[in-house]
Write a protein that binds this ligand. Structure first.
Ligand code: AGV
Ligand code: CA
Length: 312
C-alpha cells in the first residue's frame, strides 16, 4: 500500500533535492506539489520543480504557486540558490517543459487535492507553514483528510538559526518566516511530526559525503544531487551562518522510511511576539508534537543514495 503525499516546499537546494527523492520512492504516491517563495524565489522554484518532475518523475501532477508572503524575509544569498538549480544543464537538456502549473494558488490547490484524493494524505512541508494555515482558515474540514503533517521547522534548543536584528536567536527560520502560521497549525488537531534543527545535527553536509557522491557520479541521479549541493558550503572547521545540513532531505527520507530515526512526543507552544518570534518551546500548556531526536546517519545516507542510484 502506498502513502499519498502532498509536498509544499520553499525552493531551497535541499527542498528541490527532496522533491527529486520523493519522486523515486516506491511506497509513496505524490498527489501534488506547491512552491512558496520563502528560502527561494517563486518563478525558478516552480520551473525547477516542473523540470525535476519531467526529468526524474513518472507523475501526471500539477505544480502550484503560492501567493503567501512572510513576515520575516530570508537572506537573499540563500534565496539565489533557486536560480542555480533551475539552470542546471541536466534539467534543461530538452529545452521544453511538460508538467503543468495549476491555475489555483497553493493553499487552494492543497484543499482541492486533499478533497479529490481517495483516503487520507500525508502533508510534507519543508518550508514555512503559511499555505497550510491559509487552507485551514478557509476550509477547516480538510483536517479530516490529513493523515499527518511532517514538517521541517522549529527547534527546542536555546539557540536556533535566526541571526537577525530585533530577534533573540531562539527560532528556526521556517518558523520565523511566518510565526502566525505555525500558531494556526498548532491550534489544529492534526498529528504533527517535526524534524527540528537538533534532529539534523547528525547530518551536516561534509566533504566526505560530497566525495562519496562524486565517486558515484556515473549515476545521473547521484550526479544531479552532487551538482545541487555544489552551491552550498560544507561543514569543515566550525559551524557558520551558511553551514548546510540535510534538513529537508532528512524530513523527506523520514516520510518514506520512519525506521531511520527515533521520535519522542513532547508538548510544545510557539511564540509569535518579538523578540522570540517563531520560537517553539516545550511547555505543559502546549500541544503534542512528535519530534525526531536521533538519526542513524549511515542508514540515512545509504537510503537516500540508493534512491538517487535508482533514478533514470
Ligand atoms: O532552517 C532550515 C531550512 C530548511 O527548510 N532552510 C534551509 C532548509 O531548506 C533555511 C536555512 C537555514 N540555514 C540556511 C538555510 C543556509 N545556510 N542556507 C540556506 N537556507
Ligand atoms: Ca526548505
Amino acid at each position: 500500500m502506498s502513502t499519498n503525499v502532498y509536498f509544499n516546499h520553499d525552493a531551497g537546494i535541499d527542498d528541490l533535492v527532496s522533491l527529486f527523492l520523493l519522486l523515486q520512492m516506491d511506497d509513496v504516491k505524490v498527489t501534488g506539489v506547491s512552491v512558496i517563495p520563502a528560502d527561494g524565489y517563486l518563478e525558478p522554484g516552480i520551473s525547477a520543480s516542473q523540470k525535476i518532475i519531467d526529468r526524474f518523475g513518472s507523475y501526471d501532477i500539477e505544480v502550484a504557486k503560492s501567493t503567501s508572503r512572510g513576515m520575516n524575509p530570508f537572506p537573499k544569498e540563500w534565496r539565489m540558490h533557486t536560480f542555480y538549480v533551475d539552470a542546471l544543464p541536466i534539467l534543461n537538456e530538452k529545452g521544453e517543459v511538460q508538467t503543468k502549473i495549476s491555475q489555483l494558488p497553493a493553499h487552494d490547490h492543497l484543499i482541492e487535492t486533499l478533497q479529490h484524493t481517495a483516503g487520507k494524505t500525508t502533508l510534507l512541508f519543508t518550508g514555512p507553514l503559511t499555505d497550510l494555515a491559509r487552507a485551514l482558515e478557509k476550509m477547516p474540514e480538510i483536517e479530516e483528510k490529513i493523515d499527518k503533517l511532517v514538517w521541517m521547522g522549529g527547534t527546542f534548543q536555546e539557540v536556533g538559526n535566526v541571526q537577525e536584528p530585533e530577534h533573540d536567536g531562539t527560532a528556526e527560520w521556517n518558523a520565523f518566516w511566518d510565526p502566525e502560521a505555525v500558531a494556526k497549525v498548532w491550534e489544529s488537531k492534526i498529528k504533527i511530526e517535526m524534524v527540528a534543527l537538533e534532529s539534523t545535527n547528525q547530518v551536516p553536509l561534509t566533504p566526505a559525503i560530497r566525495q562519496m557522491w562524486a565517486s558515484l557520479r556515473r549515476y545521473e541521479g547521484v550526479d544531479f544531487v552532487g551538482q545541487c549541493y555544489a552551491a552550498c558550503p560544507p561543514l569543515v572547521h566550525i559551524e557558520t551562518n551558511s553551514t548546510y545540513y540535510l534538513w529537508d532531505v532528512l524530513t523527506t527520507a523520514f516520510t518514506g522510511n520512519s525506521t531511520l530515526v527515533k521520535v519522542k512526543t513532547v508538548s510544545s507552544i510557539v511564540h509569535t511576539e518579538t523578540p522570540s518570534q517563531g520560537r517553539t518551546e516545550i511547555s505543559e500548556e502546549g500541544r503534542p508534537v512528535d519530534v525526531v531526536y536521533d538519526v542513524t546517519a549511515e542508514s540515512f545516507f545509504t537510503y537516500i543514495t540508493d534512491l538517487m542510484k535508482k533514478a533514470v
